[in-house]
Write a protein that binds this ligand. Structure first.
Ligand code: AP5
Ligand code: MG
Ligand code: ZN
Length: 222
């Protein structure tokens, strides 16, 4: 399955992506994680991306699109993938469609994780992420078992630099201006499923599964 996860910053895309990737055996591709890894390793891409991420601004389309095309060419994407945080502009979405179309492929479905703005600030300011594998935790809603250490890989769990109140507000504005139009873009293609992203993390995953199973059922019938 080729899936796109949409939703505002802090909606729980990364959290749900880990579950989806495991359950459906498809790689989780997060452009944010790719940028953060490159920043940590001080690669050329990392140096280019750093100022954008720190300020909560979008990395330019031409940089981002090439990275995703490159990643989607990997062997592990042959049977599907889960994109988290990409596309984020209509230009990116069109480039993705064109790239897949050239290979006679297409996005199967898009899941929009819908969370009211009021919840987002609390989720983001309490978020902690693993500096090794990128797993997301929350001091209140999803704490690590051992303080400061990732449950999955034992890596150090830290706060993201762009999770301050001011930057979160800027990121939400950018989402409204540049990413929100993708809802209409995928609706027009009849590929949008909206998932209620409030409530317990496992409850949200149940809703995600219902939506994906419905998609698979429909497709097997046709
Ligand atoms: P990116 O890393 O993609 O950040 P984002 O979209 O802002 O989304 P987040 O990762 O902040 O939120 P999330 O939805 O994954 O939430 P999470 O699961 O962690 O991008 C970062 C930056 O990279 C961008 O600002 C930009 O600079 C650049 N970039 C990336 N992609 C780009 C692109 N395509 N084009 C250009 N630039 C790009 O959950 C949040 C918190 O809530 C966690 O603490 C979690 O534990 C908690 N939580 C999750 N679910 C629940 C729940 N149900 N109840 C309570 N708490 C919950
Ligand atoms: Mg994320
Ligand atoms: Zn980890």
């Amino acid at each position: 399955m080729k899936i796109v996860l949409l939703g505002p910053p802090g909606a729980g895309k990364g959290t749900q992506a880990k579950f989806i990737s495991e359950k459906y055996s498809i790689p989780h591709i997060s452009t944010g994680d790719i940028f953060r890894k490159n920043i940590a390793e001080k690669t050329q891409l990392g140096l280019k991306a750093k100022s954008y991420l720190d300020a909560g601004k979008l990395v330019p389309d031409e940089v981002t699109i090439d990275i995703v095309k490159d990643r989607l060419g990997n062997e592990d994407c042959k049977n599907g993938f889960l994109l988290d945080g990409f596309p984020r502009t209509v230009t990116q979405a069109e480039a993705l469609d064109l790239f897949l179309d050239n290979k006679d492929q297409k996005i199967d479905t898009t899941l929009l994780i819908d969370v009211p703005k009021e919840s987002i600030l609390e989720r983001m300011t309490g978020r902690r992420v693993c500096s090794s594998c990128g797993a997301s935790y929350h001091v209140k809603f999803n704490p690590t078992k051992v303080n400061g250490k990732c449950d999955i890989c034992g890596g150090d769990v830290v706060q993201r630099k762009d999770d301050t109140e001011v930057t979160v507000k800027d990121r939400l504005n950018i989402y409204d201006e540049q990413t929100q139009p993708l809802i209409g873009y995928y609706k027009k293609q009849n590929k949008l499923s909206t998932i209620n992203g409030t409530g317990d993390i496992n409850e949200v995953f149940k809703r995600v599964k219902i939506s994906l199973e419905a998609y698979l059922d429909d497709n097997n019938k046709n």
